[in-house]
Design a binder for this molecule. Sequence first.
Ligand code: SF4
Length: 331
Amino acid sequence: MEGFKSLRQEIFKKIKHVRRKIKGKRVAIQLPDGLQIYALDILGFLENIGAKGFLLVDQSFGACDVFDEEAKKINADILLHFGHEFIYKPKINTIFIPLKYDKVYNEKFLRMLKTKLKGKVGVVGSVQYEKAVKQIREFLEKEGFDLIENRPRGRIKKNAQVLGCNYSATEGADSVVLVADGYFHGLGAMYSQKRKQKIFITNPFDENLEMLSQDREKWVKKRISLVLEAKERKKFGFMVSLKQGQNRLRYAEELKKIMEKKGYKVYLFVGNTFYPESVRYYPVDVLVNFACPRIATDDSQNYKGKIVLTAKELEMMLENKFDEYVFDSLA
Ligand code: SF4
C-alpha cells in the first residue's frame, strides 16, 4: 500500500521528536489495529534510548479508549497513544501520536469532484487524512464553492474532524465530502443527518468517489420499529462501559429510574468492552447501549434474540417521540 512507508517514517519521526521526554522512563505503548506491525520496532527503539517499553495489547477502539488505567497499573511514567487525537484528559501523562498520511489527490480527481457537489459543501475526514481534507477544501474555496465551517462540537478539538460517534462538523452541509477508509464513517454521517445530504466517501489512495447509496429513511424506519418492539418488552439490560471516554453511568442510572417508574425491570451490565458473548447468557429482552453507540447501530444483528437500542432511542421510546430520529452522539 502506498503511504505505508511514509507511515512508518512518520511514527519514528514522531517518537524521535519526544525522545527526551521518554528517555530512561517506563513507557507504555498503545497502538490501534493496523499500526501493531510497528510495535516491536518501537519497543526496540525504546530499548536503544534506555527506556523500558511495555506493550498494551488489548484491542484499542478509538480516541475514546486511552489505556491510562492500564498504564498506571504497571507504574508507567508515560503512555504513548498512537493513531488518535486527544479528546479527553487521561489519568496519566500521555503523549498522543496521531499519524497522518501525506497522500493528497491529483488534479483530475479534484476537477471531477467539483462536478458532483451542490449547495453548501462540507469537507471532513478522519484524523489520518487531515492533509487531503485541507487540499480539497482549499481547491473548492478557490473554485468559489460555498463551504461550511466544519467546526465540530464537543470533544473533538480539530476542525473538520469526525469520529464514529460525532459528525457535528458536517452540520449545515448539503453535500458532504468525507475522506476516510471504508464505510464506517460514511454510515455514521448518514445516521446522524439532520437534513437531507449527499454524502460522498473517498480516500486519496484509490481516488475513488462514491456517493453513499443507503436509504436513510428506510434505515430510520427499521430503527424505529425496533424501538416500538422494545416498548412492549419488560426486561432491559443497560450496557455501561468503564472506559473513561465512553462512560455514561450517570446517564444510565437516570434513565433506569425513569424506566422503573414506568414499570420496566432494568439491570445494569458494566464492563470494559461489550461483545455479543459478554451478555449472551443474561435473559433480558432488550439491551440498551451506553458504551460506543455504534454497537447498537452497526452490530445489533449479532446480539441474537435481543433487541439492541442506543441510549437516544430509549429516550425516544420513553418520550414517545418519533418525528425526528436522534443519533446517539458521544459529543
Ligand atoms: S465511542 Fe465508538 S465511535 Fe466514538 S470514538 Fe469511541 S470507538 Fe469511535
